[in-house]
Design a protein. Structure first.
Ligand code: SF4
Length: 455
């Protein structure tokens, strides 16, 4: 007689969760909803955490009922922290520089783009040598990913260019805003990069979002290819929803048709189908266009400010010397408010810490801290940390063991108040030290940062 799920769970009460899940799968052929609920009760874990662990292991499958009941990532319209984040397309532009120059009046088609000065940068790039585009424009006036560009430029085969617009983080929408408002400039920057690197193929990698968004982007790409016929083909790739979507290795895995895992330790190992690749943010490609069009250096970045106590949530274009307080004030944040800088893998800042420049707060682990989510006061830190940790536990890729287990464990421990602070600090420190990618380490760093303020 077949063993029931309850018997398997009971008989393995001392075994690691992953082993029980594998045994259930082996004996039953799938993971059922009732078994997962039973397991969650026995382990005193939330159902989200059990699903998160199960989803982390390749080969484990949910039956239809369990798949339907699977807790998803919070949707934007849920009455929680994430619902206070403004949708990228609707985000107002609060201050504008070279990157957001066309945001107010996005070109409707190629002709409108030309009338607004579009394609002049590409024409200039064709007049100068590819080495000059690389050294004077890209490396001289914009990017910090210099090693990646140099590797791509010296590769033996033409590299594939990937412009990444996937933030992975529900709080960060500026890359999507840039694509929605001025995809032309991003695409023009990719064409210029193809001249500099001798590339023949490129991808714009975007969040799943709406099919409409992908279609309109694809039509921009098509119009650019028809206009210039430079032998460079661009495809729009709608990636799966993933918290590690901003990690280059996860982006490349998804394009290759694999599950997005952020597992590569070294940038030098990055490749696409075994060949050379250059991955950079869409903002960098828009900046390439702006530099060649104006001849000026582009030092600005797009920052997003959101939160319940913000009068004008939206996008601010500023240099990294801007302080967190200045960003908050531009968006009309209430006096006395505090902030989460960097979203789900960021840090909490109290009122007294807001006068620091955003650029100085960026670390090697968090080179892209471009979001400020404004809190009412210190009381918001604990609930936001709980929600963010649960979101991270369900959404991180699960490639490495400390982060896979640690993120689920931190989410579970944060739900039990009073907190076991010492144990939480230990788990967070372990993941910060051993996690392979910045998304996992940053998620643990967010928990460590919250602990400093809530205990
Ligand atoms: S640290 Fe976390 S998110 Fe990063 S590779 Fe490891 S499991 Fe994935």
């Amino acid at each position: 007689m077949a063993t029931s799920a309850a018997d398997i769970i009971d008989s393995m009460s001392g075994s690691p969760l992953a082993e029980v899940l594998r045994e259930l799968q082996r004996q039953q052929g799938f993971l059922g909803e009732e078994a997962l609920e039973l397991l969650a009760r026995q382990r005193r874990a939330s159902l989200t955490q059990v699903y998160a662990v199960a989803a982390s292991f390749p080969g484990l499958v949910f039956d239809e009922k369990a798949e339907r009941a699977r807790p998803g990532l919070p949707e934007a319209d849920e009455p929680d922290f994430f619902s206070r984040v403004v949708e990228p397309e609707a985000a107002a532009v609060l201050t504008r520089g070279p990157l957001a120059a066309r945001f107010e009046d996005p070109p409707a088609d190629l002709e409108a783009y030309r009338r607004s000065g579009g394609l002049e940068a590409l024409a200039r790039a064709r007049e100068i040598k590819p080495e000059q585009v690389l050294s004077e424009v890209v490396l001289g006036k914009i990017t910090r990913n210099t090693a990646g560009w140099q590797r791509a430029a010296t590769a033996l085969e033409p590299p594939v260019i990937v412009a990444n617009a996937c933030a992975g983080d529900p709080v960060a929408g500026q890359a999507q805003k840039l694509l929605a408002a001025d995809a032309w400039a991003v695409l023009e920057g990719m064409f210029i990069a193809s001249l500099a690197l001798g590339a023949e193929r490129g991808f714009v990698y975007v969040d799943p979002g709406s099919a409409e968004r992908c279609r309109s982007l694809a039509s921009v790409a098509k119009a650019m290819m028809e206009a210039w016929e430079p032998g460079f083909r661009v495809e729009v790739f709608c990636g799966p929803r993933s918290l590690v979507g901003s990690e280059e290795s996860a982006v490349l895995a998804a394009i290759e048709g694999r599950r997005p895992l952020a597992g590569k330790a070294s940038e030098e190992e990055l490749s696409l189908w075994g060949g050379p690749v250059l991955v950079d943010g869409v903002e960098v490609f828009a900046a390439i266009t702006a530099v060649l069009a104006s001849g000026e250096r582009v030092d600005t970045r797009l920052y997003q400010v959101s939160g319940a106590v913000v009068e004008r949530p939206g996008i601010v274009e500023a240099t990294p010397s801007v302080t967190v307080r200045e960003l908050m004030e531009t968006a009309g944040a209430e006096a006395g408010a505090e902030a989460l800088l960097g979203g789900l893998s960021g840090v909490f800042l109290t009122e007294g810490e807001l006068d620091q420049a955003v650029g100085e707060l960026e670390t090697a682990d968090n080179p892209r801290w471009r979001t400020v989510h404004v809190l009412r006061d210190r009381r918001d830190i604990y609930p936001i940390a709980v929600q963010s940790a649960a979101y991270n536990a369900a959404g991180l890729c699960g490639y490495c063991v400390p982060c896979r287990i640690g993120s689920a464990r931190m989410a579970e421990m944060l739900e039990h108040y009073p907190l076991d602070v010492q144990a939480l600090e230990q788990v967070a420190a372990l993941v910060v030290k051993t996690g392979i990618c910045s998304a996992g380490r940053g998620a643990a760093g967010m928990v460590a940062s919250a602990l400093k303020h809530i205990v």
